[in-house]
Design a protein around this ligand. Structure first.
Ligand SMILES: C[S@@+](CC[C@H](N)C(=O)[O-])C[C@H]1O[C@@H](n2cnc3c(N)ncnc32)[C@H](O)[C@@H]1O
Length: 230
């Protein structure tokens, strides 16, 4: 009953409240509503649980793509990580992440740029971490080719994403919502084919697991997580 109520409230929030807030003005919405929405939706317990499966595996010199509000920072293994460079074009999310960065014992550098054009050297990173961001990056193919470029040969790409569902009805909903949900959510597309995107870049999947996150709304809840290598 509690779960049903949560899902119902989430759907009302996403499809009724957000469009109303957006009517207050696009700029206001993108500056004030979207960053808080991302920090809230990405920070739910099931999402945090997913992060713990992936982020502690990163070692050495690490780049985090779409670091957003910094929800992964607490999960890095500070004994195995040399530095983390967080890439994200959002000023507002960067401010939220900076506050989290102050509370952890990590060497963190924020790089306000886009994953499609990473200003870092070829073959220079041991690990790239990307969680819940391939949905929102406007050109994920280009971003993944950049990720491939900056990874050392044998370097690892640690991913956790929501994406295309194997179930027909959920898939339909994902395609229907892709017409308007991105404009409400900071660009989030529910229907991206995560594994196909990763393998098309030349990265080789070593591990991949999938499931619907418990308590999530289905069209946003089908998760893929694992490791790919260059
Ligand atoms: C749904 S949020 C996820 C944030 C964070 N990765 C997490 O796990 O909570 C998507 C993130 O992708 C970022 N993003 C959007 N376009 C991007 C781009 N071109 N390059 C890098 N990051 C981008 C957004 O600013 C946002 O921080």
């Amino acid at each position: 009953m509690k779960k049903l109520l949560f899902k119902f409230t989430t759907y009302i929030g996403l499809f009724v409240i957000l469009p109303i807030l957006k009517l207050l003005g696009k700029k206001f919405y993108e500056k004030n509503v979207v960053p808080k929405l991302i920090n809230y939706l990405c920070g739910t317990k099931p999402n945090q649980y997913q992060r713990k499966k992936i982020v502690p595996l990163a070692v050495g010199d690490v780049v985090e793509i779409g670091i957003g509000p910094g929800l992964n920072l607490q999960y890095y293994n500070s004994e195995k990580v040399n530095k983390v460079i967080g890439i994200d074009p959002s000023n507002e999310l960067n401010e939220i992440a900076q506050k989290k960065a102050d509370k952890v014992n990590l060497n963190i550098e924020f790089n306000l740029s886009s994953a499609e054009q990473i200003n870092l050297m070829d073959s220079s990173f041991d690990s790239v971490v990307c969680t819940f961001s391939l949905c929102s990056i406007p050109n994920p193919e280009l971003a993944l080719s950049e990720i491939y470029r900056i990874l050392k040969p044998g370097g690892k790409y640690y991913f956790c994403e929501h994406g295309i569902s194997p179930d027909f009805l959920t898939r339909m909903l994902q395609y229907i919502t892709s017409g308007f949900y991105p404009s409400l959510s900071g660009g989030c597309h529910a229907n991206r084919d995560i594994i196909n995107l990763i393998t098309s870049s030349g990265l080789v999947i070593e591990e991949n697991s999938t499931m619907y996150l418990p308590g999530s709304v289905k069209f946003l809840g089908y998760n893929y997580w694992g490791i790919a290598s260059r």
